[in-house]
Ligand binder design. Structure first.
Ligand code: NAD
Length: 346
């Protein structure tokens, strides 16, 4: 295993993390997954992974002793940080875990890498996965946020991600810290916890539950397939410029209601679901709900020749197929415990 590139992925049992684990294993990396296995992690996401180049540590990224031990043991060349609390509605009800993981956890990773680098002189870089939500609400403008757009987070989730980005940027400037930040738009694809919009719509349709849509369903998001995101992350790790941040997006915005109708259409095209009755209900909006996110991702497109390769139509079809063919995935999640609406009481 001497010449194999070793990488740490934190949060590798979650949605994007598990897709990245598989993506990198296919490309012959040795993957060390550090995940505390919170509610949104699912071992189903990595089932059948019988690979000598993969190891899982059930651990909190705030555990500095363990994180340092893992760095020293494996000498990875890259740390992809995807461990996070990620659901905006949860951040409205209880922001504390968002501070713990998304800010303190990132601080701990920064300090661990700084200490490790100082003591070993080894080459290592941090690819930190942030979000387009740091730029805040672009509202009804036609604008797309570039990398230098001012940060204006609206929810405790977005603010915790913005804080971490600022902290990393300060480490880059002060310590010459080897980090790259990615700010990606909304992802979709296999393995996503069904509190998020797309798997929730699919879950509700398959289980004969009405589909709740916030307000009038006109909020707009830029959707990208998770595999396009994973490909961009590997590209950033191999050819991205240290110290920079890169937007990753598809340029493809859709309102929630249009997206919902597209998914309903895709499911109804399946023989077994033809003629199925589906009900959409409009529910009270989430407090502070951003109307529109949209990013300009020309920087990664021009500098690294990255492009999204999976169009929305095909991507949504395949995603619907994945959830239908992996109905066991939904069965592993308790509806009462995890899927009731949150973020309404303020
Ligand atoms: N999902 C999206 O659309 C999207 C878009 C842009 C950016 N992002 C960012 O990508 C990253 C991954 O998002 P996701 O959608 O896969 O999230 P997810 O909620 O599906 O997975 C998060 C994972 O992190 C783990 N985790 C949480 N706290 C931890 C801790 N303290 N220590 C170790 N592990 C911990 C969880 O157990 C889980 O496996 C996040 O940083 C998120 O902000 C997500």
């Amino acid at each position: 295993m001497k010449n194999i590139k070793k990488v740490i992925i934190t949060g590798g049992c979650g949605f994007i993390g598990s897709n990245l684990v598989k993506y990198l294993l296919k490309r012959n990396y040795f993957v060390i997954n550090v995940d505390k296995l919170s509610y949104s992690a699912n071992l189903y996401n990595l089932k059948d992974l019988n690979n000598k180049r993969y190891i899982l540590y059930k651990a909190d990224i705030n555990n500095q002793n363990l994180f340092l031990k893992i760095l020293k043991k494996y000498n990875p060349s890259i740390v992809f940080n995807l461990a996070a609390e990620t659901h905006v509605d949860r951040s409205i009800d209880s922001p504390k875990p968002f501070i713990h993981t998304n800010i303190n956890g990132v601080f701990n990773i920064l300090e661990s890498i700084r200490f490790y680098k100082k003591n070993t002189q080894k080459k290592i870089k941090l690819i930190h996965v942030s979000t387009d939500e740091v730029y805040g609400d672009l509202n009804k403008s036609k604008k797309r946020a570039k990398e230098n757009f001012p940060y204006k987070p609206s929810s405790p989730y977005a603010a915790s991600k913005a804080s971490a980005d600022h902290l990393i940027k300060s480490y880059i400037r002060t310590y010459n810290f080897p980090a790259i930040i990615s700010n990606c738009s909304n992802n979709y694809g296999p393995n996503q916890f069904p509190e998020k919009l797309i798997p929730k719509i699919i879950f509700n349709i398959l289980n004969n539950k009405p589909i709740p849509i916030y307000a009038k369903g006109l909020n707009s998001r830029e959707w990208i397939h998770v595999e396009d995101h994973c490909r961009a992350l590997l590209l950033l790790a191999s050819r991205g410029k240290i110290g920079q941040n890169y937007n990753i997006g598809s340029n493809n915005n859709l309102t929630n209601i249009k997206l919902t109708k597209l998914i309903i259409k895709k499911i109804k095209e399946k023989k077994e679901y033809m003629g199925k009755k589906v009900k959409i209900i409009y529910v009270k909006d989430r407090p502070g709900h951003d109307f529109r996110y949209a990013i300009n991702s020309n920087k990664i497109r021009n500098a690294l020749k990255w492009r999204p390769l999976i169009g929305l139509n095909k991507g949504i079809s395949e995603t619907v197929d994945w959830y239908i063919n992996n109905i066991e995935y939904f069965k592993s999640i308790s509806y009462k415990k995890n899927l009731l609406r949150l973020g309404t009481k303020i």
